[in-house]
Design a protein around this ligand. Sequence first.
Ligand code: ATP
Length: 134
Amino acid sequence: MADKIKLEVVTPERVVANEYVEFVVAPGVEGEIGILPFHAPLITSLDIGILRYTVEGRTEKIALTGGFLEVKGNKVVVLANAAERGEEIDVERAQRALERARERLTKRTPDIDVLRAELAMRRALNRLKAAGKM
Ligand code: ATP
């Protein structure tokens, strides 16, 4: 395992990933963060975005809706609000969420919470991207 780093991705509901990987790229709030084995200790907030990791020639994608990342002792721990592997994503649900958010942002009636609709749109677009639909 000398060439790998442990990756754990957890949400309030479940463990989404728990394995030894070679490289992680995470959506930090200030930009993407690349993490190789034996990275220096780090704590950062995560944005809505895609976490990618490679192991034995395959690359996996996990859609994240924000959270926190800690690197410590050759281990990356991601605490996410919500996280789905690309193949777990319900594409139709994400398309419906995108449509709802677009409609709200187009109408912009006074009762619309614009920031909330923008965040919903970003989550939906991110899920479609992680599912390979964009
Ligand atoms: P929706 O309006 O469709 O609920 P949302 O962006 O408001 O979307 P979240 O609040 O981010 O949803 O997530 C709530 C729960 O639903 C989480 O457990 C998340 O993993 C899951 N989830 C949301 N959208 C999808 C999807 N398209 N495919 C699979 N799981 C999803």
